[in-house]
Design a protein. Structure first.
Length: 75
């Protein structure tokens, strides 16, 4: 149903999928601390119209990590 790229962390859908919530177990490893954790990630899938796909876009931020994003919400 889903495929996870181990190098980028990007999640892909294999074929068509129904709208709904899907729980996926993931395991991550921190090479610096030599520690691994298994967690459950919930993926929310919603059906969108063709116009949403045609008018969509993406943004990539360089030099900005997830922890900074989380911390900035608490400042």
């Amino acid at each position: 149903m889903f495929r996870l790229d181990r190098h980028t962390g990007q999640l892909y859908v294999n074929g068509r999928i129904l709208s709904g919530d899907y729980d996926i177990q993931v395991k991550v490893y921190d090479a610096i601390w030599r520690y691994d954790v298994t967690s459950t990630v919930t993926v929310h899938v919603k059906e969108i119209g063709d116009d949403a796909v045609v008018n969509s876009g993406s943004v990539r931020l360089r030099g900005y990590c997830a922890i900074l994003c989380c911390l900035s919400q608490h400042l």
